[in-house]
Ligand binder design. Sequence first.
Ligand code: SF4
Ligand code: SF4
Length: 332
Amino acid sequence: MQKRTVAFSKDSSNLFFHILTKCNLKCRHCYINREEHGETTLSMDTIERWLSLFADRARETNLIFLGGEPTLHPDLSLAVKEAGRLGFKSITIDTNGFLFHDILDRITPEEVDFISFSLDGATPSTNDAIRGKGCYDACVSGVKQAVAKGFSTSMIYTVSGDNIHELDRMPAMVKELGIDRFFIQVVGIRGESADENGQLQVTREKWLETVPGVAEEVARAGITVTYPKVFLNPGEAFQCAGLVADNYFVFPNGRVYRCPICEDHAVHGLTIVDDRLVPTTTLNETALFNLDIPEGCVMNKLVQPGNITYRADGTPEHRIACCMLKEEVLPG
Ligand code: SF4
Ligand code: SF4
């Protein structure tokens, strides 16, 4: 088994493309904020034009189709084919598992690298309390259909105070389902979660006593696992992906963020105007990335400080890593 921290690089890019915000679910921690991100469903024509904005670097860019629920878009299969024509390094569809518009019949396993399923509990009761009644069964059924048709699949488990107690049941489950990659995510306090006053965030102790061990168990089952670092160890260097990596979180209203924690606010660093990426001129996230604070990530401190603890003298006990900094555990 090999464990490594995935270093940021300007040489590779990630394009998180929200092609619509509409969704059939109302998850408790949904990060989509329609007041900020609008209710537009992009036309196929616009999707093509916006993908072409990134075409020059397509071969170094991992493309992730997101929503809302991207399979609700009737032209998702055409968008996948267009992305393939442009030569993106990898193409992933993130889905809640309902797989609308017969998406698995309209694309082939060769046209996408991963269909990625979101499940937030190892049991229907825990998952459905977060994601809604019937979601567990729909997701598991969706995974089985995708695996049976020969698609590579991944699963995302967003850890929060509501479901960390079931994470240790996931290694057996992902193995049985035939999942190829497992992503442990940490809940972000934005969208619907912003109303919960930090109750969803888990402590450093709970995180460390649960997540790395589960990741190793999944890797022992032959499955690559990725999870966010969250808490830096003493002496570990802090880096802000907004400064040293190349990530684009594109929303259908044209906002383009470089940092996902900023998404609840109109601080996007770029906007798509007339099919061009234009830097935003008002105060925006780019100015915040340079702030050097003892707590590490400045947006974590501003938006979701429930995971920071302080010593009696007021200094933070640990710095919070960039939310994009990941640990990867490889089998073998
Ligand atoms: S988290 Fe995803 S699946 Fe859940 S309501 Fe939000 S967009 Fe839909
Ligand atoms: S999460 Fe924090 S460190 Fe990472 S890009 Fe955003 S502001 Fe920068």
